[in-house]
Write a new protein. Structure first.
Length: 242
């Protein structure tokens, strides 16, 4: 998924929102900001504690300069500091990315963002973010991806800005700052496959009543709640008669 964020000068983002971003996208965080004619990069944070400590020191306690923040989910390449965002294009411009760029070759070690930076962005004129023709071509080449460019003077460009949204003075590439997602590695199933035969998992029973299948439509009951009730969620909502 990933999330790319642009924070305007003087704006504060609540710690809870940034923590939610990290929870949902925890394969490495980073940020950059422009101050006094310089572009400062910090990345490779794999715990929220480390990210927050650095962010408070360098952004919040430094006057809250305009900043680009990124939380990564690995889609291509290794999960390491090198593949964390932001990426430096030249001495004055950096960027962060949300999405998948399919126009570059797949590499086992490097992310698609890193490949796009080296094969395309680093070959552009140093002030390309002020060239509308080049910016249009970038949007055409990245599909539905979103890029946030920031230069040393605090000027920014958001490619496919309309695919994200502004919340006050902060732009987010998606909604993963709003609530936490939870992922389950083992699916809940009604049957367990064995090497030589298929064996039905043991049902939850009360007395002599078998609750492995719905009492209304006879479909398998997949959760502990429905197995206890004896009805699937559809039949449970139907009005009872009798």
């Amino acid at each position: 998924m990933c999330i790319a964020i642009l924070k305007q000068q003087g704006e504060t983002i609540q710690k809870a929102k940034l923590k939610t971003c990290f929870h949902n996208n925890d394969d490495g965080a980073g940020y950059m900001f422009a101050k006094d004619g310089l572009l400062h990069f910090f990345k490779g944070f794999f715990t929220f504690k480390d990210f927050w400590k650095s962010y408070v020191k360098n952004v919040i306690n430094n006057g809250n300069p305009i900043s680009a923040i990124h939380f990564r989910i690995t889609t291509h390449g290794k999960t390491n500091t090198n593949n964390c965002h932001p990426f430096r294009i030249n001495d004055d411009i950096g960027f962060i990315h949300n999405g998948v760029i399919r126009m570059v070759e797949t590499d086992k070690k490097r992310s698609d963002t890193s490949m796009f930076n080296d094969t395309v962005l680093k070959r552009l004129p140093s002030d390309f973010i002020r060239n509308t023709g080049i910016c249009d071509l970038i949007e055409e080449s990245i599909g539905t991806s979103k890029l946030v460019f920031l230069d040393n003077k605090g000027q920014y460009l958001i490619s496919n800005e309309n695919l994200g949204h502004w919340d006050g003075n902060v732009w987010y590439s998606n909604d993963s700052y709003r609530y936490q997602y939870y992922y389950y590695s083992q699916p809940v199933t009604a049957y367990k496959k064995q090497p030589s035969k298929v064996v039905k998992s043991a049902p939850i029973s009360i007395g002599n009543v078998d609750y492995s299948h719905c009492g209304g439509c006879n479909t398998p009951l997949l959760t502990r709640y429905t197995q206890n009730s004896g009805y699937c969620t559809t039949c449970e909502k139907l009005p009872y008669s009798g």
